[in-house]
Design a protein around this ligand. Structure first.
Ligand SMILES: Nc1ncnc2c1ncn2[C@@H]1O[C@H](COP(=O)(O)OP(=O)(O)OP(=O)(O)O)[C@@H](O)[C@H]1O
Length: 262
């Protein structure tokens, strides 16, 4: 006997959690991101890569509602968000970890986590179960933590809000590569265990590709590459061409494989 899933159950499991449709972003009349489209399923990690100044932070800030979109819609679980309303976006489960981490540096680790909890069910002890290194530092002021610990706290604090969509802007900012290597698998784990969609802006390209499902490369406000991350990880020349703005070579060279040592 063949047991088939009911049609509506299939539709639910297949429907994307996070959809961006024709999003344009910028400042006043200046357009920075010309168009951003995304459909992301629960538990997926999307790496948004690209050279300095290509518009990555502008994009994340806009998706979080902190900067009103110039055009387009952002939808969570089928419901469009109100443009430029970060509080509503946060209540709908969209949480941004900004590149400056925005911690309360004069408050302890404990206090930072409690302040983020709001009415959510997640407890501070659950946060410490996930990040045991922070548990040992719970009475220390956030400002006195190491850079890696601060980043861990920024992510732990975001998770207190039980995100459906977690936007992480340059987790590696100011951190030694060895610390970034330790932190990056945490991103994969969060997506797998919580089912959140994670959109990760990152300069450590290869490390980001190791944990991402899909990678998008933003150059001068345009997505010039959009591929499975494991595929792009093997295409270093394509990636380099895209970063240099040579979109034609990037697209033409998509079959090239990276050296085995990569
Ligand atoms: N507040 C602002 N007002 C006007 N223009 C801005 C503002 N912030 C950023 N820009 C401009 O928007 C463009 C994209 O900047 P953005 O910070 O989004 O790029 P990025 O890809 O995140 O760069 P990086 O990797 O260096 O952080 C740049 O030309 C920048 O000068």
């Amino acid at each position: 006997m063949t047991i088939t899933q009911p049609l509506d159950a299939q539709a639910v499991s297949a429907s994307p959690v996070f959809v961006c449709d024709g999003v344009q972003a910028g400042y006043g009349k200046v357009n920075v991101v010309h168009r951003f489209d995304l459909e992301a399923a629960a538990g997926s990690v999307i790496a948004v890569l690209g050279p300095n100044g290509s518009g990555k932070t502008t994009l994340l800030t806009t998706l979080a509602g902190l900067l009103p979109a110039q055009a387009g819609t952002v939808t969570i679980d089928g419901q469009p968000l109100k443009n430029g309303r970060p509080g509503i976006a946060a209540r709908r489960g969209l949480v941004l970890v900004p590149d400056d981490r925005a911690l309360f540096t004069g408050l302890t680790v404990d206090e930072n986590l409690k302040a983020a909890r709001g009415k959510h069910a997640t407890t501070v002890d659950q946060a410490f179960d996930r990040f045991p290194a922070l548990a040992k530092r719970r009475k220390i002021n956030a400002g006195d933590l190491s850079g890696g610990e601060q980043q861990m706290l920024a992510v732990a604090r975001a998770l207190m809000q039980e995100p459906r969509v977690l936007l992480i802007d340059e987790m590696s900012m100011g951190l030694a590569p060895v610390i970034v290597e330790e932190l990056m698998p945490m991103v994969r784990k969060i997506a797998d265990e919580t089912g959140a969609v994670v959109v990760l802006v990152e300069q450590h390209v290869q490390l980001a590709l190791e944990v991402a499902d899909r990678a998008m490369v933003l150059v001068h406000g345009e997505i010039v590459l959009d591929r499975p991350a494991d595929e792009l990880a093997k295409q270093t020349a394509v990636l380099e061409a895209a970063y240099l703005g040579d979109v034609e070579s990037a697209t033409a060279g998509s079959e090239e494989k990276a050296p085995a040592s990569e």
